[in-house]
Design a protein around this ligand. Structure first.
Ligand code: ADP
Ligand code: MG
Length: 329
């Protein structure tokens, strides 16, 4: 079967993640936040898969589940065919070596009390890798590879003595030091200046090529997803709205939500349009069902059907999926 030719590196299988809300986060009547509400996708070895959506859509939750910082409420997350929930002892340790995460905020993700050397060497120490000299050599290589050259000028500095871009380079060196197979990059450049963003995205591309990485790239910014990704998955309120090869999603967006996100991308001669788009044209005294399309209240194409139930993801053209009744005629 064609489907079995390449086993995906990552599979999300109907993943649900429910958080019990604290008072300030109170959402639904039961006091729960459904951060992910039945999310399924697969990432192939060697690809850059972008997860795109506005703040609060569940992107970081996907990343945290994938690196096994958290577990799904239901559904499964598989890495190389293995359910993360079954990892123990050696297999868990091996997984922690193969899969790394780069966090959004390099100001928070680095321990202010550790030098660059201590930060980057730590995963080697935890994994009991090599001798002291081997580790030092490896740290030097990793720092130089992320552009902190000469490495010895940076090794004994503390995070507060670095710029934002330099800090994120340190975080990337730390993520790369164990030669992972999969890296989850959670909005890795969104806190940085535009000029530095481009440099770091290019560096990620180079690292990806050189080390045959697979990358889950998380971003709220369709422009950077377009630049980097092979495939784009658009997520909103914990549900997948659209997914497909980058060119198709950008050139021929199917879901009204993706179209709204694209309108919000600024171009040289057009000011950024504000989200949200026009409100739902349907009578709003009808109470939406739990299963309603999460986008209905902001959707210009909303019908009463959308308040009953979200359309299932359908393959509208080859490899290009959308969850909207517009495509059901
Ligand atoms: N630890 C948590 N406790 C309670 N709610 C959470 C927690 N983490 C995330 N959430 C909620 O889950 C939803 C998705 O969050 P997140 O995955 O961080 O979204 P994104 O990364 O797309 O901004 C949000 O409504 C957020 O408030
Ligand atoms: Mg996030």
């Amino acid at each position: 079967m064609e489907r079995e030719e390449r086993e995906p590196m990552v599979v999300f299988d109907e993943v649900v993640k429910v958080y019990r809300a604290t008072q300030s986060l109170l959402r639904r009547s039961r006091g729960e936040v459904r951060a992910l509400d039945g999310v399924s996708f697969a990432i192939q070895k060697g690809e850059i898969f972008a997860l795109v959506g506005e703040s609060g859509s569940g992107k970081t939750t996907c990343g945290r589940l994938l690196v096994h910082l958290e577990s799904p409420s239901s559904g499964r997350v598989l890495f190389q065919g293995q359910d993360l929930a079954t990892l123990r002892g050696r297999s868990l340790r091996e997984f922690r070596r193969r899969v790394q995460m780069i966090f959004q905020d390099p100001y928070q993700s680095l321990n202010p009390q550790l030098t660059v050397f201590q930060t980057v060497v730590e995963p080697l120490v935890v994994q009991r890798w090599g001798s002291h000299e081997d580790r030092e050599q490896r740290v030097v290589e990793a720092l130089e590879e992320v552009g902190l050259r000469p490495a010895r000028d940076f090794m004994f500095r503390y995070p507060h003595q670095l710029s934002g871009g330099q800090r994120q380079r340190v975080a990337i060196a730390r993520a790369m030091i164990l030669e992972p197979q999969l890296v989850v990059a959670d909005e890795p450049v969104s806190m940085l200046d535009a000029s530095i963003q481009a440099q770091l995205l290019n560096m990620l591309l180079e690292l990806k090529e050189r080390h045959s990485l697979t990358l889950l790239f998380i971003t709220h910014d369709l422009a950077s997803a377009r630049y980097l990704a092979d495939r784009i998955c658009v997520i909103y309120k914990g549900r997948i709205m659209e997914q497909g090869p980058t060119d198709l999603v950008i050139e021929n967006p199917l879901h009204p939500y993706t179209k709204a996100l694209l309108r919000a991308v600024p171009t040289v001669d057009r000011r950024k349009e504000e989200l949200p788009p026009p409100a739902c044209p349907v009578d709003s005294f009808l109470a939406p069902k739990e299963a309603a399309c999460p986008f209905y209240s902001r959707c210009p194409d909303c019908t009463s059907r959308c308040m009953e139930k979200e359309a299932p993801l359908a393959e509208v053209e080859k490899d290009h999926y959308s969850a909207c009744f517009l495509h059901y005629g």
